[in-house]
Design a binder for this molecule. Sequence first.
Ligand SMILES: [Zn+2]
Ligand SMILES: [Zn+2]
Length: 351
Amino acid sequence: MKAISAYAAKSDDGHMEPHDIKRRAPGAHDVQIDIQFCGVCHSDLHAVKNDWGNSNYPLVPGHEIIGEVSAVGDKVSNFKVGDTVGVGCMVDSCQTCAACEEHLEQHCLNGATMTYNSKLDDGTGDEEEITQGGYSKRIVVSDNFVLKVPENLDKAAAAPLLCAGITTYSPLHQYGVKKGMTVGVIGLGGLGHMGIKFAAAMGAHVVMITTSEEKAADAKKLGAHDVLVTKDKDSMKKWRGKFDFLLNTIPVGHDVNPYLALLKYNSTMCFVGAIEPLKAVNGAYMIGGRKALAGSLIGGIKETQEMLDFCGEHNVVSEIEKIDMQDINQAFERMKNNDVRYRFVIDMQSF
Ligand SMILES: [Zn+2]
Ligand SMILES: [Zn+2]
């Protein structure tokens, strides 16, 4: 166990400060990664502030990790020292349950081990440790949960692919988005901007659906073909029944009924943002037109690798603002005010 520099929250006051953590020496199937960049996800802020009531302190967040392999265990054959790799939201799962066998580790029936704030049995027989995330200089991860990052991608801009990327890619991919389809992306933030890029790269006609007109120009730069401002009643009428798929990235509870009206018959709206109760849904709007509401949580490791390969092929990365580790508290403040286009990424060389 070596002391590794990190930034942690020590309590739910939300303040981040320097804190040394320990990382295990790489075991036979482990990959040791020197972290170069880590994206700042809204979940990090929720965990730091204990918004979900399950935070363990000190807490080192970060699950959009890009780095360079600095050591590998004896049994590791897929990775070698010097490789550029990524780690996302999970660092382990049982590997044997039905969900894991279907490459859906995020739904592991025994509970996946998340990259931070999750109990980790490191196999040493010592008491269980709590996992610590990517706001740190180094991490050691089982090779099953390490991803190859295509060399042509900018490393800093690739970091958010590990959470925001897979969160939006997976539903678009699972619902078969392709050329000839009209896809609406609701909400333009860290998730929404990736949704636009992926849906456009998959060949769909992409419509940014937003409450604010100011976002129209930005959405088009990101690849949206049209913008639907929901306050405009005529536009809502024009687009009624036109969408083959809706990706809903709104991060809070809201009224979904107006969006249901936009779906074509036999089509689905998938939630990736709201983890709070939605306002009452009128069943008639789903029954008429055989419409479906669905949800999606990140993606399995196999699909995450497919997503990264897709990004390599289509040159898809996130729009980012690089920050120094020392500036994380200001970054959290700005994130609370939605003042980020569209993702902060910490440059680990900064500390
Ligand atoms: Zn995240
Ligand atoms: Zn499992």
